[in-house]
Design a protein around this ligand. Structure first.
Ligand code: C2E
Ligand code: MG
Ligand code: MG
Length: 280
């Protein structure tokens, strides 16, 4: 019976596609329960001041400790969370947990939290953020919300007023993965962002002595500074990249060379010890 109804579908039946779909559906079901069962955890990657080597703060990155699949990375479930609407409660949990941890560390750290498009456009994100700040006692000025250009892609008055609403709370806003989207430059002018995060793909090619790659990154750093933003380089994996960025006056850096994202306990220990590779 189902076969008749779905004849067209079965004509192009592809076992690999079927597996992928089944996996997605089962992950979607599991994800709903994951939130209730405390299977989500945050790892924290330090943001290091490139001039002083000090840890300025952390970025919270969500992971899912799946009971049978093990650690599931965010790129494998954020999309599912977005399409099922689960991103709203999930995003709220991430915000609250990251702020709670930042306050618990008892230092004037910044905490960066990723916000996805769907989370930005669904409901009242500013109200949620205000609630979380009040609940956790996190000072607004130490929370930084990271958004990709896709959030700003729909350059509507509605999105602009959402941004203005968030800014009014006193939180910082960062443009994540800068340089990978479209018409980046126009957005910089229109949206009041505080931080510009240079995408890993640009950092990747640094330190190999290619003058054009260097010029490109140097230009992004200047551009950010010209618009009054702090610049953060993502994905620093070696010394050469770090010193090149330091030389360009890039403010902050993140990457495996400095530290991988760590569970809260280890991130706390790093706060005490400092980042070994960071000494200027
Ligand atoms: P992102 O915000 O651009 O985060 C940076 C990603 O690069 C992280 O991957 C991080 O582990 C990885 N990374 C950091 N340093 C290096 C390095 O030196 N080399 C390389 N190759 N990679 C590095 P992760 O944790 O898998 O997160 C991937 C993406 O998932 C994030 O990209 C972000 O867009 C999204 N994401 C993570 N957590 C959340 C969350 O709580 N909410 C939402 N909406 N999205 C999240
Ligand atoms: Mg990010
Ligand atoms: Mg990024």
């Amino acid at each position: 019976k189902a076969k008749e109804a779905g004849g067209g579908v079965y004509a192009t039946y592809d076992p690999a596609m079927h597996d992928a779909l089944t996996q997605r559906l089962s992950l979607a079901g599991d994800l709903r329960r994951a939130l209730e069962r405390d299977e989500l955890v945050l790892h924290y990657q330090p943001t290091v001041d490139l001039a002083t080597g000090e840890i300025k703060g952390f970025e919270a990155l969500v992971r899912w400790e799946h009971p049978t699949r093990g650690m599931v990375p965010p790129l494998d479930f954020i999309g599912i969370a977005e399409s099922t609407g689960l991103i709203v409660p999930l995003g709220r949990w991430v915000l609250a947990e990251a702020c709670r941890q930042a306050v618990a560390w008892g230092r004037p750290l910044t905490m960066a939290v990723n916000v996805s498009v769907r989370q930005f456009e669904a409901g009242d994100l500013a109200a949620t953020v205000a609630e979380v700040l009040a609940e956790t006692g996190m000072p607004a000025g130490r929370l930084c919300l990271e958004m990709t250009e896709s959030v700003l892609l729909t350059d509507t008055d509605e999105n602009l007023s959402r941004i203005v609403g968030l800014k009014a709370l006193g939180v910082m806003l960062a443009m994540d993965d800068f340089g990978t989207g479209y018409s980046s430059l126009a957005y910089l002018r229109r949206f009041p962002m505080d931080v510009l995060k240079i995408d890993r793909s640009f950092v990747d090619r640094l330190g190999e002595g290619d003058a054009e790659d260097e010029t490109l990154v140097r230009t992004i750093v200047r551009l950010g500074h010209r618009f009054g933003m702090r610049t953060v380089a993502e994905g620093i994996e070696n010394e050469a990249q770090m010193s090149a960025l330091r030389g360009m006056g890039c403010d902050f850096g993140q990457g495996y060379f400095l530290s991988r994202p760590l569970p809260a306990r280890q991130a706390g220990a790093l706060l005490e010890a400092g980042v070994p590779a960071s000494t200027p």
